[in-house]
Design a protein around this ligand. Structure first.
Ligand SMILES: Cc1cc2nc3c(=O)[nH]c(=O)nc-3n(C[C@H](O)[C@H](O)[C@H](O)COP(=O)(O)OP(=O)(O)OC[C@H]3O[C@@H](n4cnc5c(N)ncnc54)[C@H](O)[C@@H]3O)c2cc1C
Length: 448
């Protein structure tokens, strides 16, 4: 039994690990990864001698996938939770409290966004339940189109965009309601008479469980444990270039013949690899847009008087270049104990690839200037590291859910092929891990 997993990000590593558990030690598993390291968008580096994540730095802790994996791999002592501080939203020259009780920034009541938006917008939100709502059951539209019409532009730019910018490097106008906010789409499908009503129905009940989790020494610990447990033959620094069917299985260039293959690659790469074997699926994958982003990790003197917030998100349209700051030393108690204060500045929203083309010095200068602006502090980094993520985040545009359902059925009649990745069921690390598990289970069922 010879199985190839293409793509060594979290989706591919989890797929390889699950295959090893299911197929046993005799199966030959080959991990094909284009870069010279595994992890994809998970990357931990050392800054001032301590590990720091430059890609994802957290996961939704209310989902089971990552804590379960950590338990299975014996690294559960690495699980950490944020201190529970709230972020601010930077808008019109001030840091405002991030609205509470919202669904991805969409409020269920005007009071949530009081202080962040003007009186006319508050009046519009209050009056919204009295205006007839048109929503086609089973349909879709961008989050921006829906929220702008019901609650106004300022709610879009100051409350929704900053959150979608964090999750998808997207904008309310590039992200669809059904894929990003399935519980909201379900409430609208059920006939909620207003957006206010639909958000109230879709909001999860208040809970004291921490929303997020992380790894004390960074995602690198999880990557190492997965790779060791998967016991793969690693083809690192090798790009898969072509996939074709054979009489009994698959031929994957440059690896050779395999019985089965999991494509855990970004959507455009998956599209190219599927082109010859499933052209319709290739077109569907190729139609998914991507957003690029960059992270500047700053190590500051430990006594830098950062605000007592987990981060500062930036409303769209503000005269800043960064879209968000994670005040890591405030957000995570385990980082507060370090000898330096850590801040991550994030750049890049869908449709604005400019920051990717800036030099490291320009990105660092923009991070320092913008952080000075939003904190009012004289920011003097001891150390700065730049990481670019070109095309790192797929956009879940209106119609994305239907596109993925079509893509899955267009590959369903190809035995020995399974898909995983961040463009399928959610961009978050737990959702990616779940696609790896699902792909491995599908292949295992076929391979017996
Ligand atoms: C800056 C940033 C911050 C984020 N923060 C968070 C966070 O805090 N929490 C969270 O849950 N999510 C976060 N995300 C999202 C999450 O990190 C990603 O969606 C997830 O890591 C993607 O995993 P993946 O394995 O599907 O894809 P990737 O990590 O992109 O892995 C795909 C792999 O395929 C490889 N590859 C590409 N082409 C080929 C080829 N031809 N042959 C072989 N290999 C190939 C790539 O080199 C890559 O290693 C963040 C994303 C970004 C960009």
């Amino acid at each position: 039994m010879r199985v190839a997993v293409v793509g060594g990000g979290i989706s591919g590593l989890v797929a390889a690990y699950r295959l090893r558990r299911a197929l046993g030690e005799t199966a030959e598993l080959i991990l094909v990864e284009r870069r010279d390291r595994v992890g994809g968008i998970l990357r931990t580096v050392e800054i001032e001698g301590e590990p720091v994540d430059l890609g994802a730095e957290a996961f939704v802790g209310r989902r089971p996938e990552i804590p379960e994996l950590m338990r299975e791999l014996g690294i559960e002592e690495q699980l950490v939770h944020p201190a529970g501080k709230r972020p601010l939203v930077w808008s019109e020259g001030f840091g405002h409290r991030l609205p509470e009780r919202t669904l991805m920034g969409i409020p269920a009541a005007a009071e949530s966004v009081a202080g962040l938006v003007d009186a006319a917008t508050l009046a519009m939100i209050e009056a919204e339940p009295n205006r007839p709502l048109t929503w086609v059951a089973g349909g879709d539209m961008s989050v921006g189109e829906l929220v702008r019409d019901r609650f106004g532009e300022k709610v879009v730019r100051r409350s929704v965009d900053p959150l979608l910018g964090g999750v998808y490097a997207g904008l309310a106008d590039s992200i669809g309601v059904r894929a990003a906010l399935p519980t909201l789409a379900a409430a609208l499908d059920r006939g909620a008479a207003s957006l206010t009503r639909a958000v109230s129905e879709a909001l999860p009940p208040p809970s004291t469980t921490p929303v997020f989790g992380g790894l004390r020494d960074g995602y690198g610990v999880l990557l190492d444990a997965l790779r060791a447990a998967a016991d793969v033959k690693s083809e690192i620094g090798t790009a898969a270039t072509r996939l074709a069917r054979t009489a009994t299985g698959w031929r994957l260039d440059p690896v050779g013949e395999v019985d089965a293959v999991i494509l855990a690659t970004p959507a455009p790469v998956t599209a190219e690899l599927l082109r010859a074997v499933a052209p319709e699926a290739a077109d569907l994958a190729a139609g998914i847009d991507l957003a690029s982003s960059a992270v500047v990790a700053l190590a500051l003197p430990a006594d830098t008087a950062l605000p007592d917030n987990s981060g500062i998100l930036v409303a769209t349209g503000e005269p800043l270049r960064a879209k968000a700051f994670t005040l890591s030393s405030r957000k995570w108690p385990h980082l507060a104990a370090r000898d330096v204060a850590l801040v991550r500045a994030s750049f890049g929203r869908f449709g604005d690839p400019a920051p990717l083309s800036w030099s490291d010095d320009e990105l660092i200068a923009a991070a320092v200037e913008d952080l000075s602006t939003v904190t009012g502090l004289d920011i003097r980094p001891l150390h700065a590291v730049v990481q670019r993520w070109p095309g790192g985040l797929p956009q879940y545009a209106p119609g994305h859910t239907a596109r993925i359902a079509d893509l899955r059925s267009a590959t369903a009649d190809l035995p020995g092929l399974a898909l995983a990745g961040s463009y399928l069921d959610g961009v978050g690390v737990p959702a990616c891990a779940a696609t790896g598990t699902k792909a491995a289970a599908a292949l295992t069922a076929q391979l017996g």
